[in-house]
Design a binder for this molecule. Sequence first.
Ligand code: BES
Ligand code: ZN
Ligand code: ZN
Length: 490
Amino acid sequence: MPTVDINSQPGKDFAGDALLVPVFSGRERHRLPLAISKVARQVMDEGDFKADYLEIVPLHHPNGVKETRWMVLVGLGEEEKITLNKIRKAVGAAARFALKKKWKRIGILAPSTSTLEHDVVQAAITEGALLANYDLVAFKGGKSEAKQFESVEVFTNGDDTRKARRKLPMIEAGVAACHRVRDLANTPAGDLYPEVFADMAVKLAKQHKLHCEVMDVPALEKGGFRALLAVGQGSVRPPRLVKLEYKPKEKPKKHIVLVGKGVCFDSGGLSLKDASNMETMKDDMTGAAIVLATLVACAQLEAPVQVTGLMGLVENMPSGTSYKPGDVLRTRSGKTVEVLNTDAEGRLVLADLLHYANELSADHILDLATLTGAAMVAMGDAVSAVMGTDQRLVDRLLDAGSAAGEHLWQLPLVEEYAELLKSPLADIKNISGTRWGGTITAGLFLREFAGDASWAHVDLSGSWSSKERDYRTHGSTGEGPRFLLEWLMD
Ligand code: BES
Ligand code: ZN
Ligand code: ZN
């Protein structure tokens, strides 16, 4: 993490590599420090910069800033339409621009608006720059050095900075968690299989004083996790279940259980995926990565609630030992499932975990999973779907998503679709037999195992991006921990 400073100076004396200047289109420019506003006005008057949202124009040694080599103008669009998320993303885009130039010491001029409080704007620009500060080079050959900022300085030109500075620990923990999810989900499945993931959890638990329990195959057999074991039985990499516990020092008001799908690679199993659909399936453990990263952040921030994380780690592979279409599994709950498609494996893993979660006296159970391709069809890759049995819980999550700038949208658990999951042979089948409404039928399947708990489910369609945009990098977006922290810290 770079050093971060938020101060009330005007920024024109900044002596770093680049000063990022977010600018509204239209009439706002007079609120910039005079010297900088002159530069911006000239570029705008000459028609080279309109300050459209996400528009970027770099200026070399402009008049007005003496010590810094570059000034990067970035458009915020119309002031009337501004939101914190747009600010986060515009600054993030400018920060990605700076990062690629290998500029290490950056300054950012906080824009001031009449519609948003200073402190939240300052927090959003800091967050946008830090979220963008990501470069995974572990898998590059040679001596590739990660492009990373050394320092980020936010200038508020006289506005009070105290409230924003108090938000820094939460911002930094959320960003670190986001980057941890990106690291885990971007790591190839050849390097990150259930045992490796579990070892990582053990190591992090030690560092952050979390209680950690790892169940290996004999322990899972003893615990009755038969559906999870069935999904993993085709792989030479044995499954693991990791349980992480965070307890606050003072008596917690609530106990939350977070459940993560941790399919370290999803080939589809015997219902094999085709080549293109398999390309990104190393990321099918994103739910578990979010759970792990969020628990670490809870420990760092001393969250006021008790949080237990359950991560179901398996590889879904085709082989002579694989579970088969037509198999009937007796899940941990005793309910039987007819498996008609081994590629609908996430819900089987989660079925056992949700049943286990019900034994932990939780106030709320939330599972996170890259569960259906249908969620991506419905929502695209920038919005994740939420469903649940407790509307108040769902509402809290939707609010947390808006606050964090991570889009969530609710889908209904439509009762009349439940019959699509009826099996002639077992209590339920693992696919509905129709392409339509696949995200909802998957949610309905999970509901069967969520018991009476206040439960919600997030289908993580927003977890992978095939291209870089704003503060998001190509590959794993790292979304998840930040909206969860908004909820858990509140
Ligand atoms: N991990 C996939 C879902 C997925 C696919 C997430 C693409 C993100 C992008 C899941 O295990 C799966 O394969 N689901 C099947 C379910 C189907 C067989 C009912 C799907 O979505 O095709
Ligand atoms: Zn699958
Ligand atoms: Zn999957």
